[in-house]
Design a protein. Sequence first.
Length: 127
Amino acid sequence: MLNYKLLPRRIFLIIVVFLIFYLSHQPSLKPPMEWFKHQDKIFHLLEYGGLGFALVLNRDLFNGKNQTKLIILYGLIWAISDEIHQYFIPGRFCSWQDLIADSVGLCFSVWLFSKIFRKVKNTKKSK
């Protein structure tokens, strides 16, 4: 049965996943202005930080004791498939440095937002 309260969360997750795919599919995607070397890694951190946030918002999709591990596993699988996808796009390439930036952004945001949501949930329970 469809829970309409969760629909905005699901839509947000779908938008984030498709945005990552869309950006990865762009040939020769470059930052608008280059301020320092390897600044694209900041964009990778932010992009996968957004995915981590969207996954934590939809944490009910990942049941069990290992919920956080499953969320991170799903995000890492998406990051790996994203890098492989870029290998086939003209002007793009598969990079382990990008994968590391993706993983750091994902793991940090999952850790941060899990902690925040847990604290909010505990605050609501105590009232």
